[in-house]
Design a protein around this ligand. Structure first.
Ligand code: NAD
Length: 292
C-alpha cells in the first residue's frame, strides 16, 4: 500500500481520492475549500493543512485541479511541493490542462511527472471506471499504473510528457465536431419530414455513423440511455466541452496545426454556453442548432 498525497478534492478529485482509500492506500488530502476537505475526512481520509503538507513523504503526489494556472501555481509557485515528497516519488497531474503547461511543469520538476487527464466524468470517478491518458517517462508510468488502476479501468500510456493532454484534446475536439454533425443531420431530417428513428436506423449502420450518433444520440428515442432522453441533464457538461475545445485550439495554434472545424466547434459551444447552456449536456446543442 502506498502513501499518497492528493491535492484538489472537488467533483472529480473527491471520489478519486475515496477510491484510493477504498483500495487501502494511506491518503493525505488538501483542498482550498474546507467543505471538500471535510467530505474527504468523513470518507476516512486524513486532512493536510497545505499542499506541501499533503506531499510530505508521499510516494505519489496526485493533483486534480481546475486549469493550467492552478497546476502551474501548485507545482511552480508554491515552493517545495516536489521536494517534500519521498525520494523516488512520482508526480501525477490528472487535471485537464493545456499541453504546453503540462510539458513546462514536468520539465521543471526534480521528480518524474506524469500528465494523466481522464475521461468518464463524475460517474466514472465515483465508480472507479475512468480512462487515464498518460504522458511521461515509461518507468514512472509503470510505477503509477497500480495506483491509477484503483481509480480507473482503462489506462493508456501515450508517450512523452504532455501526450496525455494531447490525446484528450484531440479526442474531445473530434467528439465535438462529430456531435455537431449529428445534431445538424437530425435537425435537417426534422425539416425534411424524416423521422428520427428512421434516420438513426440508417445512419447507425452506414458511413455517417459515429459514437455521437450510435451511443449518445442527441435526439430522444433511438438510444434510451443518452442525455437527450432526460432533458439533456449531463453527462458531460457543455462548459467542459467548451474548455476542452479551447485547449485543442491553443494546442493547434502552438504547433501550427490547421483545425478550422475545431475552431468552428469552439464558436458553437461558446455561443451555447453564453446563452446559459454551460450546465447542460454537450449534446444539448441539438436544441440551439435546430433553431439555426
Ligand atoms: P472542481 O472545481 O470540482 O474541483 C477542483 C478542486 O480544486 C476544487 O475543490 C478547488 O477548491 C481545488 N483547488 C483549486 N486550486 C487549489 C490549490 N491550489 N490547492 C488545493 N486545492 C485547489 O473541478 P472538477 O470537476 O473536479 O475538475 C477537475 C479537473 O478535471 C478539471 O481540469 C476538469 O477539466 C477535469 N475533468 C472534469 C470532468 C467532470 O466531469 N467534472 C471530467 C473530466 C475531466
Amino acid at each position: 500500500m502506498a502513501r499518497i498525497g492528493f491535492i484538489g478534492l472537488g467533483n472529480m478529485g473527491g471520489p478519486m481520492a475515496r477510491n484510493l482509500l477504498k483500495a487501502g492506500h494511506e491518503v493525505l488530502g488538501f483542498d482550498l475549500v474546507p467543505a471538500a476537505l471535510e467530505a474527504f475526512v468523513a470518507a476516512g481520509g486524513k486532512a493536510a493543512p497545505s499542499g506541501v503538507a499533503a506531499a510530505q513523504g508521499a510516494e505519489f503526489l496526485i493533483t486534480m485541479l481546475p486549469a493550467g494556472k492552478h497546476v502551474r501555481d501548485a507545482y511552480l509557485s508554491q515552493s517545495g511541493l516536489a521536494a517534500a515528497c519521498a525520494a523516488g516519488a512520482v508526480l501525477v497531474d490528472c487535471s485537464t490542462i493545456d499541453v504546453a503547461t503540462a510539458r513546462e511543469v514536468a520539465a521543471a520538476m526534480p521528480l518524474p511527472m506524469l500528465d494523466a487527464p481522464v475521461s468518464g466524468g463524475t460517474m466514472g470517478a465515483e465508480n472507479g471506471t475512468l480512462t487515464f491518458m498518460v504522458g511521461g517517462p515509461e518507468a514512472a508510468f509503470a510505477k503509477a499504473q497500480p495506483i491509477l488502476a484503483a481509480m480507473g479501468k482503462t489506462i493508456v500510456h501515450c508517450g512523452a510528457a504532455g501526450n496525455g493532454q494531447a490525446a484528450k484534446a484531440c479526442n474531445n475536439m473530434m467528439l465535438a465536431i462529430n456531435m455537431i454533425g449529428a445534431c445538424e443531420g437530425f435537425a435537417l431530417a426534422e425539416k425534411l419530414g424524416l423521422p428520427h428513428q428512421v434516420l438513426f436506423d440508417i445512419v447507425s449502420k452506414s458511413s455517417g455513423q459515429s459514437w455521437a450518433v450510435n451511443s449518445y444520440c442527441p435526439v430522444p428515442g433511438p438510444v434510451p440511455a443518452s442525455p437527450a432522453n432526460r432533458d439533456y441533464k449531463p453527462g458531460f457538461a457543455a462548459a467542459l466541452m467548451e474548455k476542452d475545445l479551447g485547449l485543442a485550439q491553443q494546442a493547434a495554434q502552438g504547433c501550427g496545426a490547421a483545425a478550422p472545424f475545431g475552431a468552428a466547434a469552439l464558436a458553437v459551444y461558446q455561443r451555447f454556453v453564453a446563452a446559459g447552456g454551460g450546465g447542460t449536456d454537450f449534446s444539448g446543442i441539438m436544441e440551439m442548432l435546430r433553431q439555426g
